[in-house]
Design a protein around this ligand. Structure first.
Ligand code: IYR
Length: 222
């Protein structure tokens, strides 16, 4: 297909001082984000989740194939099924599958196989990587850089939820194939990426006393 171009119309340049302030403010704003496991049951309107998903859908993607699918679940019966399946996997993980080094790495987070937040939080957003597109003739067309693309979209979603005033947990029960079954997603085209739990924090929510690395520890300028 021949490329078509349009003028870059959405770009805005800011005066240098404003630019510096915006960059600093955004870093501070994102710095307040914490992964939260203690949720309140208070409902969150679907329209809010939709707008956060709109932000997620602006992510760059390989060949602009936008290889993501988000299933936003608020239905209690579906949440219960997800909880039961996730806890079954997690019990195996904590009791048998996780090697000691992994459990050691997790220890500061205080996690275990109980996942009550999967029923308490008002929304579970299951993120799927759409590795192939179904063609009209029944065949499949490959998507490119799907992990990178869906990682970027999920990052934007995490930022959007935080920006909107919600908290989230990036939850990765392992393995996650049960999500295809419960949510009716085609196994030959899509693979679960992660489960994003979101809503308001519980009034008495607590978070692990852990810190982020300073810039110098994770950035090199040449
Ligand atoms: N999936 C498990 C274990 C777990 C693994 C990592 I890496 C974490 O950062 C947190 C938890 C669970 O959700 O408990």
């Amino acid at each position: 297909m021949a490329p078509r171009f349009v003028p870059l119309s959405g770009y805005r340049e800011y005066p240098a001082g404003e630019m510096a302030a915006r960059a600093r403010d955004f870093a501070r704003e994102m710095g307040r984000r914490r992964t939260v496991r203690d949720f309140d049951a208070r409902p969150v309107p679907r329209a809010l989740i939709e707008d956060c998903l709109r932000a997620a859908g602006t992510a760059p993607s390989g060949a602009n194939q936008q290889p993501w699918h988000f299933i936003a679940v608020s239905e209690p019966a579906v949440k219960s099924r997800i909880r039961a399946a996730a806890e079954a996997e997690e019990r195996e993980f904590y009791a048998h599958r996780a090697p000691p080094e992994w459990l050691e790495a997790l220890a500061p987070l205080g996690t275990d196989a109980d996942k009550p937040f999967l029923e308490i939080a008002p929304w579970l957003i299951a993120v799927f990587i759409r590795r192939f597109e179904r063609l009209p003739d029944g065949g499949k067309r490959k998507h490119y850089y799907t992990d990178e693309s869906v990682g970027l979209a999920t990052g934007l979603l995490v930022a959007a939820l935080h920006h909107a005033g919600l908290v989230a947990l990036t939850h990765t029960p392992s393995p996650m194939k049960f999500l295809n079954e419960i949510l009716g997603r085609p196994k030959d085209l899509e693979r679960p990426f992660l489960l994003l739990v979101t809503g308001y924090p519980a009034a008495d929510a607590r978070v692990p006393d852990i810190a982020r690395k300073p810039l110098a520890d994770y950035v090199t300028f040449l």
